[in-house]
Ligand binder design. Structure first.
Ligand code: DON
Length: 312
């Protein structure tokens, strides 16, 4: 379908969609529980789209960099599964939605393992499974994997956000210590949460996350280089978890309104994939009460309607 639609027309659709939705930022808040994340312009919005033939469409502040935050969770999950196998990972982390906020501790106390890898508890457990000789090696494997998916060797850590997370991340530390007590994770907790904070503080832009999503949309194969980066089965599992849990306790509503596998982050990014068609990256740092970009969700809803993107 996209082949028939010329580039100019699709770029115009993106432009109009951004314009129609950019004012929704007024209803949101910046992620003030990580102080460094409040030093951004709440009005900034951008969209990048890459199709599975490698064609690129974009508008607004799509080059503006922001920290990846929880958009990193499905990516690290794929690496952890490739490192350890499907069964080992899901022996420790569940695959069910929680209906609770992303940083909730409530269900950890009544259930032997974190409900899913998209919430903080599950993501920290996943990060603890990344293989490497030492903490530096583990981080360099994570960032190396993100660079490959984004086709951008320039991805780097945002030191200020990383230190800000480290300073204020006691909820995440609590989740991790509790999980070690429950024998879900093993090892040095300070090192594990540090690796998780670093993974969340990697800077990307809309195009980086659109490129990452395009690999998922293309079932694990890079649409441009044709290299298989992720086994098809692992890509399918992770796309499924993004669909059921990627927008936390808004995932059901998002499935109805947008109908795509997606993952949000409190840096303001949302990565979404349209099977066999598109990778999409949207940015808007003002968040709703669930921690999802308000403008990002509105933009995806309108694009889904205009381009008939819902998988349902
Ligand atoms: O651990 C945290 O709270 C953040 N580094 C990531 C949370 C996040 O992005 C939630 N997503 N919308």
């Amino acid at each position: 379908m996209e082949d028939a639609r010329d580039k100019k027309e699709l770029n115009q659709i993106l432009k109009d969609t951004l314009k129609n939705n950019q004012d929704h930022y007024k209803k949101g808040e910046l992620a003030n529980y990580i102080p460094a994340l409040t030093k951004v312009d709440p009005k900034a919005v951008g969209i990048s789209m890459v199709d599975t033939k490698g064609k690129f469409y974009a508008t607004g502040e799509y080059k503006k960099r922001f920290t990846i935050q929880s958009v990193s969770k499905p990516l690290t999950l794929m690496l952890a599964i490739m490192d350890n196998g499907i069964d080992s990972v899901f022996d420790k982390v569940g695959v069910e939605p929680t209906g609770d906020p992303f940083n909730s501790i409530i269900k950890l106390t009544g259930f032997a393992k974190p409900y899913n890898p998209m919430i903080n508890a599950g993501a920290i457990a996943v990060t603890s499974m990344i293989k490497g000789n030492d903490k530096e090696d583990k981080f360099s494997r994570i960032i190396g994997f993100f660079r490959k998916l984004a086709k951008n060797d320039g991805l780097e850590l945002n030191q200020e956000v990383y230190f800000s997370e480290k300073e204020t991340g006691d909820r995440n530390r609590s989740l991790a210590y509790y999980m070690r007590d429950q024998e879900i994770i093993t090892g040095n907790i300070e090192e594990i949460v540090d690796l998780y904070f670093k993974q969340c503080s990697i800077e990307v832009n809309c195009t980086d996350i659109a490129n990452m999503a395009a690999v998922l949309a293309n079932q694990g194969v890079d649409p441009v280089t044709k290299e298989r980066i992720i086994p098809r089965k692992i890509a399918r599992i992770v796309r499924t978890l993004m669909t059921t849990c990627g927008m936390y306790d808004k995932s059901g509503n998002f499935a109805i309104e947008v109908g795509l596998a997606a993952k949000s982050g409190v840096g303001g990014g949302i990565m979404a994939e349209v099977p066999e068609r598109f990778g999409i990256g949207v940015y808007g740092p003002a968040l709703d009460d669930k921690g999802n970009s308000i403008v990002g969700m509105k933009v995806l809803k309108e694009l889904s309607q205009k381009l008939n993107l819902s998988i349902f």
